[in-house]
Write a protein that binds this ligand. Structure first.
Ligand code: CP3
Length: 360
């Protein structure tokens, strides 16, 4: 079957994820379309709100492409949010200006948990339409990443009703009523797998699972309540579509101590935050998975020369990519809204230049 989409002109990112050789180290940035870009803020104010952007395929396409027009990034990521899934489950998502996300109907009692259902994918059609439109408008420039939150990270927001400093409510449920927590996580795992498969069918060329709050869990609890459910998602997603391999990335922020277990999840690549040494991670699991990361986003508040030094340190820590290994450069977490846009220019050219020299 011939693809509905233009052939890829730059597949460096996909090759690195599959641990094939590349001419340089590809990069993209978590939250690359966002408030640090003035053009994003302009589009956001036209759309009226974050959800106004995310639910309009035209706006979502516009903001997804903005960072690619400015910088030589090697991948695009769907503009959306992990919380669209619990919103579609009926929890009532809103983003107030200057505040984090809020759910009007968090899962606070047994009845609410028992009533929870995997969402009707039709209510997320705006996401799949955005994926197809973005892939079409990319016209093969770079691959498009689809994504979802991990079952556990979604549960944190669904039970807390928003962000949290200590995860008191969700952890109380986990320890008091593990049966209810497992019930939520099984529903989330099924929903996430179906959601990612629909993104793949709509045109996503790689997928990433964001487990932002897995690192808040105790050893042993992480494996049971976060990793096991990500493994379930990975087993449930299409790894090939339209004749192409669809690589899968998992990222547990704060998960460095569980690297070997995460590398056994069946994912093609593992995201790392800045607490991990890329060379040590490569020695442990680099023949099994590609690695993605891991510059501290705060490096981008330094001057261009210092940014270059830190980029070089990360690239040298990984070392010269050899056969069977792969590195995708990224930040260790999302880019800050206060980042000067010129800092990204300095980072992108440093990654491409230094990584080419290292291969020479
Ligand atoms: O990476 C990208 O460019 C794709 C878009 C993307 C967004 N959110 C857009 C967004 C992705 C991949 C996410 C994932 C996401 N969302 C995560 C996991 C990754 C991470 O950052 O830890 C989480 C935990 C969320 C939940 C979420 N969404 C929070 C806590 C917030 C508020 C905090 C903040 O930065 O404002 C959001 C809102 C959000 N999602 C914004 C963007 C660009 C900012 C909204 C705005 O424009 O006001």
């Amino acid at each position: 079957m011939s693809s509905r989409f233009a052939p890829l002109k730059n597949d460096t990112f996909l090759r690195a994820l599959m641990r094939q050789s590349t001419e340089y180290t590809p990069l993209w940035l978590m939250r690359q379309a966002g408030r640090y870009l003035p053009e994003y803020r302009a589009t956001r104010s036209k759309a009226g709100s974050f959800m106004g952007l995310a639910t309009s395929p035209d706006y979502a396409t516009e903001v997804t492409l903005q960072p690619l027009d400015r910088y030589a990034l090697d991948a695009a990521i769907l503009f959306s949010d992990i919380l669209t899934v619990p919103d579609a489950m009926g929890l009532g998502l809103s983003f107030a200006e200057g505040e984090g996300p809020r759910f009007a109907r968090p899962l606070r009692d047994e009845q609410a948990v028992r009533d929870l259902r995997s969402p009707d994918l039709a209510s997320l059609q705006y996401v799949f339409d955005a994926v197809t439109q973005i892939r079409t408008e990319l016209a093969g420039r770079v691959p498009l990443i689809g994504f979802s939150g991990s079952p556990w990270t979604l549960a944190c927001y669904m039970v807390e009703g928003g962000g949290s400093d200590d995860f008191r409510t969700v952890k109380s449920m986990l320890y008091d009523r593990p049966d209810l927590m497992h019930h939520i996580l099984s529903i989330n795992a099924a929903a996430v797998a179906a959601y990612l498969n629909a993104q793949i069918e709509a045109g996503a060329q790689a997928v990433m699972i964001f487990d932002t709050w897995g690192g808040a869990l105790a050893d042993g609890i992480y494996q049971t309540f976060s990793l096991n459910y990500m493994n379930e998602v990975i087993r449930g997603i299409k790894r090939e579509y339209d004749g192409e391999r669809i690589p899968c990335i998992v990222f547990t922020k704060g998960g460095g101590l569980w690297l070997e277990e995460i590398a056994d999840s069946g994912a093609d690549a593992v995201g790392l935050d800045w607490t991990v040494h890329l060379g040590k991670a490569r020695a442990l699991v680099g023949n099994k998975v590609a690695l993605q990361g891991n510059l501290d986003p705060n490096v981008l508040f330094a001057k261009p020369e210092q940014i270059r030094t830190e980029v070089e340190r990360a690239l040298k820590a990984f070392g010269k990519p050899g056969p069977g290994s792969g590195h995708v450069f990224n930040l260790g977490h999302g880019i800050s809204q206060f980042t000067p846009p010129e800092s990204v220019t300095a980072m992108v050219s440093a990654v491409h230049e230094i990584s080419r020299q290292m291969r020479a």
